[in-house]
Design a protein around this ligand. Sequence first.
Ligand SMILES: Cc1ncc(COP(=O)(O)O)c(C=O)c1O
Length: 424
Amino acid sequence: MEELLRVKKTPNEVIKKRPFNIDLVKKDFPILDIKVNGKPLVYLDNAATTQKPEIVIESIKHYYTHENANVHRGLHFLSEAATSAFENARMKVKEFLNAMSTSEIIFVKGATEAINLIANTMCRAGWIKAGDEIIISHMEHHANIVPWQLMCKRNGAKLRVIPIDDNGELILDDFENMFSEKTKMVSVVHASNSLGTINDVETITNIAHKYDVPVLLDGSQAVAHFPIDVQKLNCDFYVFSGHKIFGPTGIGVLYGRTKYLNELPPYQGGGDMIRKVTFEETTFEDLPNKFEAGTPNIVGGIGLAVALKYLNSFDYKDLLKHEEELLKYATEKLLEVEGLKIIGTAKHKVSVCSFIIDGIHPYDIGTIIDTEGVAIRTGHHCTQPIMQRYNLPATARASFSFYNSKEDVDVLVNALNKVKKLFG
Ligand SMILES: Cc1ncc(COP(=O)(O)O)c(C=O)c1O
């Protein structure tokens, strides 16, 4: 594990793959060992945020103990150490996404900031004007609705929405008919946080590109579940948050195609993003610095890179197989609970199960099973239009990660049966 701790300057470094063993994996995450309400924690709220392996926690301590300084500014030893660790972290993210270059990797606060950055700068660049249209889908997180809506309010553009069917799959039959000379952007989620649906983003991108329309993919719920290759996906922008993939909060990534990032204006102004400043005029740094005004979240970037290295220490095939089996097992076991209905039954899903139980409010479900040490999410999951589509106030959602086991599912199902008994 020691080899994972440092973010070294070793592009495409090969880490010896570890065999997947769920008991050993659980031990990598110290928080999974705690008790909640006197019961061992069963953490099933991974779509909200993932837990952090010890190696990530250690990397943060290591940075503040041995390398802390500001980046890109000083010539002293520590500043160079911090800059090198931060820029090597960018290299790790580039490798993780299979981007062409590190200049395509912009560090931001998270997926929300990345989408706001694109919506705002596109608007300021005049790419989207009054009467133009942006296509999103009915299953977007609020983070991929509100920034576009704010932009539309400001400049008179319009949102078009790809509908979803009862299984929670996008209805793409009419997607191509939505395009006209007014269409300026497509922004869709790769995997839905409340339904689990994995969207056919290759088809979406191919159609959009036929009309020369750029595509942003919100990968927040995809990155922790399967490998991402932005060149294969052929998307123009890809965004995700570090905390959804075993890294720290407050750090995220905007991948963008160089030709677009070069054309877009800076999002914010300040230090680190300039070449020359006078009172009359400012010239800006090249990518990626142009979009990173001010002191960045240095330790966040480093922690994220260590999280990616940790993930890369396993064979993805093992993780995929484990999560697929877990989803299948959880779906079967949940459906054995009387009156339980799963919301989101798409053919291709990440390991997310949203559900309702006849006659019991999701909030009651969440509160009661918390007393059994089980952490799930209840509410609208920042996807109110999905709740409106299914005519529901809320759902309960169990979302899994590769550190969850079938035993965790059993504890959840037992806790749900206790809820059922309590409500008669
Ligand atoms: C699909 C999706 N997009 C965007 C976000 C926003 O992420 P953040 O709050 O980390 O910016 C989330 C968070 O739950 C999400 O699930």
